[in-house]
Design a binder for this molecule. Sequence first.
Ligand code: NDP
Length: 306
Amino acid sequence: MEEVKVLIIGSGPAGYTAAIYTSRANLQPVLYEGIEPGGQLTTTTDVENFPGYPEGVSGPQMMAEMRQQAERFGADIRTGMVTSVDLSSRPFHVIVDGQRELMAESLIIATGASARYLGLPSETKYRGQGVSACATCDGFFYRKKDVAVVGGGDTACEEATYLASLCRKVYLIVRKPFLRASKAMQERVFRTPNIEVLFEHNTAEVLGDESGVTGALLRKSDGSEQKIDISGFFLAIGHHPNTELFADQLALDAEGYIITEGNSSKTNVEGVFAAGDVQDPHYRQAITAAGSGCIAALDCERFLLR
Ligand code: NDP
């Protein structure tokens, strides 16, 4: 059976950065890309806030370049999905695509998180063309335009106030008659003149044409319908960390995020490290994920050298 020193699961900025560092440290990492090679960034358009790209860069291109950079130092990047892990003893027993087995001396988990979407076909159709789950990433493209944010939690309120500073008008579409967000966040929303909160509204359909999103059809709880004209449709109805594989084996918080020790990437199982959105419910940026991939690689290297 194949034995590897470092197995990295996941191919976003955290996974690729961990691969760059561990390959440069001559640890011959093997990285499995998973179901969405390149991770969440491959679903965004331009990335303008990652230092080092003064003209911006497309999400897919940035991920392709990170991958190339890791390969340049010898990282073994493979297509495949890790379908089972056994963390009860080291080396860890891992199964890929339900059949291929390998043993890993150490593991860096960088499986990320996935934004929740409503599940409407029209929402899928315009993803990346006006439908986004990240206001910080994409809000800039809607300057002086009208947009909508769906959700009633802290993220939705934070994104709505952020977008209100850029956009002409922001509709906040909330399915309940109240916001779930903290009082301070709610007050900020209510104080912002260009945010209109539409309570007890659900989205029936995202409307658009070949240029992208042009509006949304909303349905109120009494059955009445309303159409709003918007260019951007932002989802802020939560994320879920991709930790199903580790559910009974690693310490997870109430939301399912991997708990790491202090400022390190160490999980509660020796030799298992976590990096990026899978352990970060707060910042969720490409640059923070890349930074935490570096931390995981250094922690892993120290662990193996011990
Ligand atoms: P939350 O789970 O808190 O909120 C999700 C929101 O989306 C809720 O209002 C929920 O509605 C709504 N929602 C869920 N599914 C649907 C759906 N299908 N259709 C319409 N609406 C839907 O997620 P957040 O991302 O806002 O926050 C996650 C955690 O992070 C929280 O603990 C939050 O406090 C924290 N956070 C803190 C921040 C800060 O302190 N600055 C900033 C951002 C997040 P309903 O209420 O009806 O369930």
